[in-house]
Design a protein around this ligand. Structure first.
Ligand code: MF3
Ligand code: CO
Length: 252
């Protein structure tokens, strides 16, 4: 399918959706403390999303049973919230959420520490986050998709980390997952040319060890095969002639 170019009206709605999602993730990040369950994160997140008149887009998506994907430590993405999973001081927790507002989607993720975390964990989160910003410099009309992928990969690999290959970013709009797929690892093919009005969910998933993935028996949770720590950072981004506009990031 061709990659869609959003109209002014669609972009305006996606800006609103992104602002809501960015605010939800900021507020949810502040709630994270040792002793809380991953179920509680999902419950708070769903309440926040609905309080803005949005629908949590992950709930029921291909059977996913929650509103927020909560992935702890070696879990990369798509962790299922549970009343039995308690967060401990020193853990790192990735929160991935999607909202639907007036028929349009926004998708974003943050990884935060639980209480005090190790220097190694802090660096993994910082490098993963920065790699997103390295990549989106190329979310600009006239660039090719592989420039985003390659910049994300190079930044993470220069720090000795691996980017996950089994999971990728994606176009986004009326649907959560639209074309194109956006790998975070180095691409030989240059991929599509980018144009103003494309909206992309760019989401580096990074491991401190190797990139091999295993899936838990719940069929959702992806973990690092070597059980090394993993972080995830994502925003919905609009391509413009002058560069990226990050729709789902609300600066505090
Ligand atoms: N951000 C995730 C992605 O782009 C969405 C999670 S899929 C769901 O794949 F099933 F959990 F909703
Ligand atoms: Co996504």
């Amino acid at each position: 399918m061709a990659v869609s170019i959003k109209s002014k009206r669609e972009i305006e709605i996606m800006r609103e959706a992104g602002k809501i999602l960015g605010t939800v993730l900021n507020n949810l990040s502040k709630e994270i403390k040792p002793g809380m369950t991953t179920h509680r994160i999902d419950q708070l997140g769903e309440e926040m999303i609905r309080s803005y008149g949005c629908v949590p887009s992950f709930l029921g998506y291909q059977g996913y049973p929650a509103s927020i994907c909560v992935s702890v430590n070696e879990e990369i993405v798509h962790g299922i919230p549970s009343k039995k999973r308690i967060l401990h001081e020193g853990d790192i927790v990735s929160m991935d959420a999607g909202v639907i507002y007036k028929g349009y989607q926004s998708d974003a993720a943050r990884t935060v520490g639980v209480g005090e975390i190790s220097v190694e964990a802090k660096q993994l989160i910082e490098v993963t986050t920065q790699s997103f910003f390295e990549g989106i410099q190329f979310a600009k009309e006239g660039c090719h998709l592989h420039e985003i992928s390659n910049a994300i990969a190079a930044y993470n690999e220069s720090h000795g980390y691996s980017v996950i290959r089994d999971l990728v970013g994606h176009g986004i709009g009326a649907e959560l997952h639209e074309d194109p797929q956006i790998p975070n690892f180095t691409q030989e093919r240059r991929g599509i040319k980018l144009y103003e009005g494309m909206t992309l969910a760019i989401e580096p998933m990074v491991a401190a060890g190797g990139y091999a993935v295993k899936w838990l028996d719940d069929d959702w949770t992806a973990i690092t095969a070597d059980h090394s720590l993993s972080a995830h950072y994502e925003n919905t981004v609009l391509v413009t002639k002058n560069g990226p506009e990050i729709l789902s990031l609300v600066e505090e």
